[in-house]
Design a binder for this molecule. Structure first.
Ligand SMILES: Nc1ncnc2c1ncn2[C@@H]1O[C@H](COP(=O)(O)OP(=O)(O)OP(=O)(O)O)[C@@H](O)[C@H]1O
Ligand SMILES: [Mg+2]
Length: 408
């Protein structure tokens, strides 16, 4: 099928080469039974890809089941995926079919696959390799024919290093890797997406659609979009609801972009702000370039090691060297994350004290974290109840738990 008609059928907006490449891979791999592992930051639009793969395969009349591995409690995930026998654990009053049995002849989408407990990873590997599994509490082997598409917004090779993800499972899932690029790498698509969302919300709220001034388009396209397309959609909805004036200028738009300076900055800073990158953007760019360089360096070092073994006296030297580089990369990644979650510093006057400002902005994040921890404690780790209490969706809670590294 033509790229354009796939986009139309699945409501995908954008023409960036990186996005086209991802769609092309999905379309090509669809008719096979290969497992596909979709990688990409949160909000980049991963969820549509397993649907393309299922719909364009011979399995399209079979079941399509999407499972969010991170939202299912560890204690029940095996039973959800593979089913259980009556009485196999407290509360198992009836026997139950798991998704792998129900989806026989179809496709299962394992979203947030890196969240699977190690014991479940073993079961998953077996079913991927042999098509065989056993229900919880049973020793009968059941056969199934399921195609698996998985997705993750975490770095799985890193999870392997940390021992939370099985390397063999990674290779088995990663038959075909598919990368969904972050929005900041599809700059030309940003305004296109904005216009589409603005038109949708105009219809939903029965109002004329938003328009952006040329300056605002520039701000929109150069923003970092840490939350990717999801954030762009949310921002468009917020502006659609909040702003009476439907022509939105750069100053108004900036109010809706976390991390971008507010309009009430002193004139002194404002001018500079509009013509140059902000400090934060520069810091971002610097850190990202540094990460890229380190990753390149790692490739070069590994290349040399493979080619010329004699230069390295022992396996230990090699692994120490790689570990050092990995540690550096990780540290840079942490710094990048800090910049992402820290709201823009307020430059209220010329003598601003960076340390104070950072403390103040971090304290907001700390408050949020504290509230989440309290709610989880109160509901004894039950995310569903905690999210209700906090007034956020379970998925948002799940994302925040990961973002703040909260033990749950
Ligand atoms: N190219 C696109 N065209 C139109 N809408 C898009 C596009 N990409 C993403 N979206 C929309 O953005 C939102 C977020 O996408 P999605 O839920 O697929 O993200 P994700 O990559 O699965 O994120 P997460 O890792 O957080 O689960 C959805 O509402 C989706 O419809
Ligand atoms: Mg998703």
């Amino acid at each position: 099928m033509e790229l354009q008609s796939i986009k139309q059928r699945f409501g995908i907006i954008g023409n960036s080469p990186l996005l086209n490449r991802a769609i092309d891979i999905a379309a090509q791999v669809a008719p096979t039974d290969l497992s596909v592992l979709i990688a990409g930051e949160s909000g980049t639009g991963k969820e549509v890809f397993p649907q393309i793969i299922h719909q364009m395969s011979a399995r399209k009349h079979g079941h399509y089941i999407a499972v969010n591995c991170g939202a299912i409690p560890e204690g029940t995930i095996d039973s959800e995926l593979f089913g259980h026998e009556k009485g196999s654990f407290t509360g198992a009053h009836e026997k139950r079919k798991g998704y792998f049995e129900v989806a026989d002849g179809g496709t299962i989408f394992l979203d947030e696959v890196a969240e699977l407990p190690l014991s479940t990873q073993v079961r998953l590997l077996r079913v991927l390799e042999s098509g065989e599994f056993m229900k919880v509490g049973s020793s009968n082997v059941i056969k199934t024919d399921v195609r698996v598409v998985a997705a993750s917004n975490v770095n799985i090779p890193k999870a392997i290093e940390q021992g939370t993800f099985r390397e063999d499972l990674f290779y088995r899932l990663n038959n075909v890797p598919l990368f969904v690029p972050p929005l900041r790498d599809r700059k030309d698509d940003i305004h296109l997406l904005f216009r589409k969302f603005a038109a949708d919300f105009a219809e939903k709220y029965r109002m004329p659609p938003l328009r952006l001034t040329p300056d605002a388009i520039r701000v929109l396209s150069n923003y970092y979009w840490p939350g990717n397309v999801r954030q762009l959609k949310n921002v468009t909805e917020q502006i659609s609801i909040m702003e009476k004036e439907k022509e939105v200028d750069a100053t108004t738009l900036k109010n809706y972009l976390p991390g971008v300076s507010s309009p009430d900055l002193p004139v002194l800073f404002k001018k500079e702000e509009e013509e140059h990158f902000s400090d934060r953007e520069l810091l971002y760019k610097f850190l990202f370039d540094m990460k890229k360089d380190l990753t390149e360096l790692k490739k070069v070092v590994v290349g040399i090691m493979e080619k010329d073994d004699s230069k390295f006296d022992s396996e230990q030297t090699k692994s120490l060297l790689i570990k050092d580089i990995n540690d550096e990369i990780e540290q840079v990644q942490h710094k990048i994350h800090d910049v992402e979650i820290t709201p823009e510093l307020h430059k209220s006057d010329e003598q601003f004290h960076p340390s104070e400002v950072i403390e103040e902005s971090l304290s907001l994040a700390a408050k949020e974290r504290e509230m989440i921890e309290k709610a989880l404690e109160k509901h004894r780790g039950k995310r569903k109840n905690a999210s209700k209490e906090l007034g956020i969706s379970e998925r948002t809670l799940y994302r925040k738990i990961k973002e703040y590294n909260i033990r749950n």
